[in-house]
Design a binder for this molecule. Structure first.
Ligand code: ZN
Length: 317
């Protein structure tokens, strides 16, 4: 199992994937009064009474889309859960508070944050993949919403939920760790090295390449610690610790404005701002810092703020 726990993972729901191909069971579940729907509006999720909004068909009323347009998320305590996209022009405030995932995670349990991220990811995928990538015909949902099938009889291409794997790595050497700062970040904000995995690469290849591209550091070996769905909009962050074989930093590409080795004493001081605790970047730094006796990193730092891309789309919020 993973050595670190991360937010947006471990939604406590039985995905009941065997039901996805049982159209009759899904149709019955849609009508069942015990079923609840998780609405997503413009990539925003619903919070109600300090929890993920789970609405009945009666509560949704005319806002409930036709059967077949929802995504079957699974079962909670035996009752079905569907994610549904609301099409209204304004946020339907009568249901509760709609917001971006980053704004909502402090308002609900970790379990519900993971459920909301799961629901939103599935709805986003449906929003963005409306046409077949092979022939351009419209697609229609199948298998509880987990397959988008081309409607052209001559094609029939099937698409599956999209995720973008990315590595994220805390590099260490001689009791120091390597952190970088992007040009758009505040002056004291530092984080781990990260980047998307490219076709033809194993995860370890991507770790080695990203670290070399950004800092010119060569690695001796790396070790997997855990992963985190990062639904802004659809990344899966795969986290490592890596031992460096070299120590001289050269910024090889334009990705980082600065990269430095930090001792634990420097990390403990208030001259550095670290990523938010909800991120796997924090978990990787904390796991390295806390590996020696002494006060834990969480006792020394306030939670950092989320940074968002300039002009972020609703899916990136
Ligand atoms: Zn097609």
């Amino acid at each position: 199992m993973a050595e670190i726990e991360t937010l947006f993972a471990g939604a406590d729901i039985d995905r009941a994937s065997g039901l996805r191909r049982d159209a009759a069971a899904l149709a019955a579940a849609w009508q069942d009064p015990a079923t609840r729907f998780l609405p997503v509006w413009e990539a925003q999720c619903l919070i109600r009474d300090g929890a993920a909004g789970r609405l009945s068909a009666a509560e949704l009323g005319a806002c409930l889309p036709p059967p077949g347009q929802g995504v079957f998320l699974g079962l909670e305590a035996g009752a079905a859960r569907f994610a549904v996209q609301l099409e209204s022009r304004e946020a339907p405030a009568e249901f509760g508070h709609f917001g971006g995932l980053r704004d909502l995670i402090s308002l609900v349990s970790a379990r519900d944050a993971a459920l909301l991220a799961y629901a939103r990811a599935m709805v986003n995928w449906h929003r963005q993949y409306r046409y077949c990538g092979a022939c351009g015909a419209p697609v229609s949902a199948d298998e509880g919403g987990f397959v988008l099938r081309c409607t052209a009889a001559s094609c029939g291409h099937r698409s599956f939920p999209r995720m973008d794997p990315a590595i994220i790595v805390l590099v260490h050497h001689d009791r120091h760790c390597l952190l970088g700062r992007q040009a758009s970040w505040p002056a004291q904000r530092f984080s781990t090295i990260a980047g998307f995995v490219e076709p033809g690469e194993a995860l370890e290849d991507a770790v080695r390449r990203e670290v070399a591209e950004e800092t010119n550091i060569q690695l001796a070996h790396c070790r997997y610690l855990g992963s985190q769905p990062w639904p802004f909009p659809a990344s899966l962050m795969i986290g490592f610790h890596a031992a460096a074989a070299t120590a001289d930093i050269t910024l090889n590409d334009a990705e980082l404005a600065e990269a430095r080795w930090f001792s634990r004493a420097e990390l403990a001081g208030d001259g550095i701002v670290l990523p938010p605790r909800a991120s796997i970047a924090w978990r990787l730094i904390e796991a390295w810092f806390d590996a020696v006796p002494g006060p834990g990193l969480a006792s020394l730092h306030r939670d950092g703020a989320f940074l968002r891309p300039a002009g972020a789309t609703p899916e990136q919020r």
